[in-house]
Design a protein around this ligand. Sequence first.
Ligand SMILES: Cc1ncc(COP(=O)(O)O)c(C=O)c1O
Length: 147
Amino acid sequence: MDSILTEALLPGLELAFANASCPIKGLLFTNPNNPLGQCYPTSVLEGCIQFCQRHKIHFVSDEIYATTSYKCPDLQNPTPFVSALSLNLAALGCDPSRVHAFWSTSKDFGQSGVRMVGTLTIGSCPTSPTQEITLDRAVPLHRQTKN
Ligand SMILES: Cc1ncc(COP(=O)(O)O)c(C=O)c1O
């Protein structure tokens, strides 16, 4: 399973895309990874974004654990977290309107159930064509309640 954190992931994505039985609209990427709790190397992150660019699909980076990082004696040289939004997308030849990242208050603030999310897209998007960076929030409809 650790191989998903390496460049071995990239041919696997191509294979999955080629064999998909339905139209693929995007790649949902969780960095830091859940359940492995480790971060993706920048080269893998860039490769995934370029994969999305090649296939004209969206790259959606779930960065909910971005600030939840701890030292671990089992990992001598842990890969540091790099946000998809910090990359030079132009240098990668990628359309910034296809790269999105989101973060929620649920982990850092213990707010599971509140389900509020911030989404950032660099570059113009259909709802806000003149802005370079947009911030949206959404509260999902389902919620657990207690008497
Ligand atoms: C990686 C990851 N993303 C998103 C979520 C959703 O978080 P919430 O709906 O509580 O904001 C979770 C929840 O466990 C998660 O582990």
